[in-house]
Structures are given as structure tokens and as C-alpha cells.
Design a binder for this molecule. Structure first.
Ligand SMILES: C[S@@+](CC[C@H](N)C(=O)[O-])C[C@H]1O[C@@H](n2cnc3c(N)ncnc32)[C@H](O)[C@@H]1O
Length: 202
């Protein structure tokens, strides 16, 4: 279980995603890793929804599968043992949320790490796939080689999204070390929350 509170960048992103990802919804976990984020998304969408979870490591997807099975949430998850840069080809429907928890697998091989080029390719696809009102949450780490380049590339792409169509936010910890995680959020303008409320009330 992830530490709660604003001290956890992942927790902040999860809270922001939880507001728009409802039962029956669709989400992408761009980096499944040990499956904690995939499980979080799978619980939100429930058995009627769908989560597409990517990871380049077979081992990571095996851990994710085990975790999902332990909590009875494997049925609503499609595990994809490939890079998230293939998202445009492998996710066949619009999505409400995409989560990127970047970097390397804790306790795993540090060479198997996300990188600027493929992250930006995936981010572009995520923006295309997003429903109006949907959100992308990214947690970026700069303490390893390539991490800062990845942050700069993601930030450069995201800050170029037009303000009329997107809300784009960066969150930094002000009182931690220079390598504290950084959050980037992208929301596609639209009325997902209103349309969900209308559906629930009808
Ligand atoms: C920080 S970990 C993810 C943690 C995970 N979300 C969790 O809840 O345990 C980052 C993961 O990204 C994976 N990864 C690296 N390059 C990738 C790529 N191009 N596409 C998808 N996953 C990738 C790594 O194998 C690693 O498992």
C-alpha cells in the first residue's frame, strides 16, 4: 500500500485521477511495474470497466497479475507486455484517465527505465485517446541518468498544449531535495464530470 498524504506524489496523482475515473470507466496504466497503480485503477473502474496496463518487463506484469488476482480485479485488466509507445495501436477506445509512474521498477534492473523519446510518444497518444474531461497524471523522477531529460521533454510537450483545450499543471515539492518527484497533470477540457453526474441521476 502506498503511503498516504501529500508526501507521496503517486498518492496526489491517484486522488486527482479518482475524481474522473468512475465505475465502468476506462483507463491506461502506462507503467504497470509491481501493479499497485494498475490495482488502484482496476478498483475504480470495477468489473464493468477496463484498464490497459503496459510494461516492457514480463516479470513486472507477472507481479501485476498476481496482485490483481489476489484482490479479484484481474478480469477488468488487459496486460500488455510492450512499451507504452505502442499505446495508439493497442488501446482501441477512448479513455478517462492515463497514469504514468515513470522511472525504473523499485528493486529491479535500473537499466530498464522509461526514457524521454518513448514517454513523449506515449504522452501524445494518451492526449489523443483522452475523453473530454479526462486526465493524465505523470510522476517523474530526476535522480537517475536520463530522468531530467525525460522531465524536460514531457514538460515541453505538455506546455505546448493549447490552453483553450487543455488544463496543464506541474507540481513541485518546494521543501525537499532537488530530486524529489515532479507531477505533471493534463486535463482535456470538457464535461466528463457533468455528463457522469447526469448519467448517475437519470
Ligand atoms: C516506477 S515503475 C512503475 C511502478 C508501478 N506503476 C507500480 O505501481 O508498481 C516504472 C516501470 O516502467 C517500466 N517501463 C520502462 N520503460 C517502459 C516503456 N517504454 N513502456 C512501458 N513500461 C516501461 C519499467 O519496466 C518499470 O516497471
Amino acid at each position: 500500500m502506498i503511503n498516504k498524504g501529500l508526501g507521496s506524489a503517486v498518492h496526489i496523482v491517484q486522488m486527482i485521477i479518482a475524481e474522473v475515473l468512475k465505475h465502468g470507466g476506462t483507463a491506461v496504466d502506462a507503467t504497470a511495474g509491481n501493479g499497485h497503480d494498475t490495482l488502484f485503477l482496476a478498483r475504480l473502474v470495477g468489473s464493468e470497466g477496463r484498464v490497459y496496463a503496459f510494461d516492457i518487463q514480463k516479470k513486472a506484469l507477472e507481479s501485476t497479475k498476481k496482485l490483481l488476482e489476489r484482490y479479484g480485479a484481474a478480469g477488468q485488466v488487459t496486460l500488455l507486455n510492450t512499451g507504452h509507445e505502442e499505446m495508439d495501436k493497442l488501446v482501441p477506445e477512448p479513455v478517462d484517465a492515463v497514469l504514468f509512474n515513470l522511472g525504473y521498477l523499485p528493486g529491479g534492473d535500473h537499466a530498464l527505465v522509461t526514457s524521454a523519446g518513448t514517454t513523449v510518444t506515449a504522452l501524445k497518444s494518451a492526449v489523443e485517446l483522452l475523453r473530454p474531461g479526462g486526465r493524465i497524471g505523470m510522476v517523474l523522477y530526476t535522480g537517475h541518468p536520463g530522468g531530467n531529460e525525460e522531465l524536460c521533454a514531457a514538460e515541453q510537450y505538455a506546455s505546448g498544449l493549447k490552453g483553450a483545450g487543455f488544463n496543464v499543471i506541474k507540481i513541485n515539492y518546494l521543501n525537499r531535495t532537488a530530486h524529489a518527484p515532479v507531477i505533471i497533470l493534463v486535463e482535456k477540457a470538457g464535461d466528463l464530470l457533468e455528463s457522469q453526474a447526469a448519467t448517475q441521476n437519470s
